[in-house]
Design a protein. Structure first.
Length: 94
């Protein structure tokens, strides 16, 4: 969970991927319910789950998918596509 607090490129491998390939229903369910990271104290975090230009946005996207929140995920993807020229990351990342 360190990667949620301190952003870095290893998030998908060290957190999300590790949980998914564990094949542990209990671990996946715990991770699925763990959403407190998306409501950080603004004084101590620069994460913003609602800003498509912020690292936390992408982590929230994966959490939405894990929780089958497809409508919200789709709306957020449309926001990314609307500003695709402003975003430095590959659109595939979304």
């Amino acid at each position: 969970m360190r990667q949620h607090i301190f952003p870095g490129e290893g998030y998908l491998i060290s957190d999300l991927f590790t949980v998914l390939v564990s094949d542990s229903a209990e671990l996946i369910e715990w991770y699925r319910q763990c959403n407190s990271m998306f409501y950080p104290d603004k004084a101590t975090s620069d994460g913003d789950k609602d800003n498509p230009k912020n690292w936390m946005f992408y982590r929230y996207q994966s959490w939405l998918a894990l929780n089958s929140r497809w409508d919200e995920l789709g709306e957020r993807c449309e926001r990314v596509l609307a500003i695709k020229d402003e975003i430095k990351r590959s659109i595939v990342s979304h």
